[in-house]
Design a protein around this ligand. Structure first.
Ligand code: NAD
Ligand code: DAU
Length: 336
């Protein structure tokens, strides 16, 4: 099988390529990535010389590049996106361009040969659940995005579904909760907290830190996508979530500080994110019943492993935290 992975140099895409090439070494992978600030080929150095792996530097909005990359491909697994909520609040345009227009370009090319298309999306398209309830998102939950990022992902989900209904394109969609694990870009909460503590800085907590996320270890997400690619029903959406009970951001920060043997003076409450979704939780019963999906990694255990990964890969995140990241950090957090 030949797969086109878009955004394969990012956090989840690179984990997915490493996962796939280990599990299915006979398959061919083409990785199309623009290498924005979030793309990092260092993540893929274990496979870069593998004859079954090919990297194309290019933009999913570029029709020519997409046509070349999709040549002879059996399935597209589409990760490429602008993915950071806070950046989308500072400047939304790029999110609409990549996440909506870029997805459209890929779908148009896929339509020519009815290429199987898996779209990687997010639970953020559903908006926010209430704190203190047992409610969970599932495949029937109405779309209600809060940020320019989640609105752009919602737009891309609708396009993918429309291409199935209108043109019979063989698509599937996954909406997953917050991932964590190796190669997570250190502007997202967990890697930011870990690396800030390692740099002697504080963990910034938005508002009171009472917001809840449904943390999913990235390898479990990759396994879920693998199941959908191989066994998912065409035209269907699957929600993929983790094994956590409700854990607030404040509790996550305290857990990180405790594991890293830092005291709680290292937590700093700052201005809340505008339009901040307070709670996410995923009901993954459909993926379990139809595909046998089950997250294997507990948050507590794998948070510790993730911290160890950052401690062992200081070179990786120090390089990532330089460059354009510095400008963003200043805009978002001032001189803290
Ligand atoms: P990321 O920001 O780490 O990586 C995105 C990758 O896409 C980068 O390598 C970047 O260079 C590339 N890219 C961006 N614009 C591009 C363009 N125009 N053309 C080609 N490549 C481009 O993101 P991630 O966290 O790995 O997320 C991957 C996907 O999973 C996204 O679609 C995101 O919406 C979705 N998702 C992420 C999470 C999460 O917790 N991170 C959870 C659910 C869903
Ligand atoms: O739910 C899936 C989504 O998870 C993905 O679609 C997004 O691509 C991904 O970035 C992530 O979005 P979040 O906004 O939930 O992730 P982030 O790591 O930015 O923030 C997690 C929580 O931590 C959120 O409630 C905001 C809070 N936070 C974040 C940062 C960066 C802080 O309290 N302080 C911070 O400095």
């Amino acid at each position: 099988m030949k797969l086109l992975i878009t955004g394969g140099a990012g956090f989840i895409g690179s984990n997915f390529i490493l996962y796939w090439m280990k599990k299915y070494p006979q398959d061919q992978i083409v990785n199309l990535d623009k290498l924005t600030y979030a793309g990092n080929l260092e993540n893929l150095k274990d496979v870069e010389k593998n004859p079954n792996y090919q990297f194309i530097k290019g933009d999913i909005c570029d029709k020519q590049v997409v046509a070349t990359a999709m040549n002879g491909v059996d399935i597209v697994v589409h990760f490429a996106a602008e993915s950071h909520v806070d950046r989308s609040i500072l400047s939304p345009e790029e999110f609409i361009k990549t996440n909506v227009e870029g997805t459209l370009v890929l779908l148009e090319e896929a339509r020519k040969n009815k290429t199987r298309f898996h779209h990687v999306s997010t639970d953020e398209v559903f908006g926010s659940l209430e704190l203190g309830t047992e409610d969970k998102f599932n495949e029937q939950t109405a779309y209600d995005p809060s940020s320019p990022y989640s609105a752009s992902k919602a737009g891309s989900d609708h396009l993918v579904r429309a291409y199935h209904r209108t043109y019979d394109l063989p698509v599937t969609i996954s909406n997953s909760s917050n991932n964590f694990g190796p190669f997570h870009f250190p502007e997202k909460f967990i890697p930011l907290a870990i690396t800030n503590l390692m740099e002697g800085k504080k963990i910034p907590i938005y508002g009171q830190g009472n917001q809840v996320r449904d943390w999913l270890y990235v390898e479990d997400h990759c396994r879920g996508i693998d199941l959908i690619v191989r066994k998912g029903k065409i035209g269907q959406t699957y929600c993929l979530g983790g094994m956590t009970d409700d854990i607030s951001n404040l509790r996550v920060a305290k857990m990180i500080a405790k594991i890293m043997e830092k005291d709680l003076d290292n937590l700093e409450y700052i201005k809340d994110r505008p339009g901040h979704d307070v709670r996410y939780a995923i009901d993954w019963t459909k993926a379990k019943n139809e595909l046998g999906y089950f997250p294997q990694f507990s948050f507590e255990q794998y948070l510790k492993k993730t911290i160890e990964w950052y401690q062992e890969h200081e070179d990786w995140w120090k390089r990532v935290k330089s460059g354009s990241y510095q400008d963003y950090y200043k805009k978002q957090y001032g001189d803290k």
